[in-house]
Unconditional design. Structure first.
Length: 204
């Protein structure tokens, strides 16, 4: 049985406007001027790293907690399923793949977004943290998933859009498929550009 692990933000969905809105609230709350910060560039990398950089280690967890509080209470809008994913998911499901989405967001937020977008039922597992803890990484998250579910890494693919996703796959011995949409791999020559390429890549 082949398993496909999908990164969430940038790969499955585009929630750029919503993410920036929440991040802006966090930065404003902690009194950090964002005028010269490219907020979009902060989407994707682990937030604890971002908050440690801008708020310092002593306040990073407080910033994370405030981020979670804000996200839990904000109305979900301005988020979209990436078009190629919308095409690929039902085909991959019909082909018998087990689909998993992995995120450093808490599970409740991920499920809320997937249900809002109408793609929740395609996934066999939705994997995230019970809470966002300092130093949690996608690599550790996927490692725990493999161990807990006793998955065969030779039968797994990780689909993502950033170097963090690529590193996660390499460290866990999983095949990596980079997508040409999202935030971080647009210049990679070996990135898939469409749903057909993605399906072919994981089916071979």
């Amino acid at each position: 049985m082949k398993f496909i692990l999908f990164d969430l933000e940038g790969t499955l969905i585009d929630s750029k406007k919503l993410q920036v809105k929440v991040l802006q609230k966090v930065f404003n709350h902690f009194g950090v001027d964002t005028q010269n910060i490219d907020m979009v560039s902060l989407i994707g990398p682990p937030l604890i790293i971002t908050f440690t950089k801008y708020f310092g280690q002593d306040y990073a967890q407080n910033a994370m907690d405030y981020y979670m509080q804000t996200f839990n209470n904000i109305e979900i809008n301005d988020i979209y399923v990436n078009p190629e994913i919308k095409v690929a998911l039902p085909i991959l499901k019909d082909l018998g793949f087990k689909l998993i989405t992995t995120s450093l967001q808490v599970v409740e937020i991920v499920e809320r977004e997937l249900k809002y977008l109408g793609i929740y039922d395609y996934f066999d597992f939705v994997i995230g943290d019970d809470k966002l803890r300092p130093y949690t990484s996608k690599t550790d998250l996927v490692s725990r998933l493999i161990k807990d579910k006793k998955l065969d890494t030779n039968q797994m693919f990780l689909v993502g859009d950033t170097e963090f996703d690529k590193i996660c796959a390499e460290k866990n011995g999983i095949k990596f498929v980079g997508v040409g949409w999202g935030y971080g791999l647009k210049d990679e020559k070996d990135c898939v550009k469409c749903a057909k390429e993605l399906i072919n890549k994981v089916s071979c």
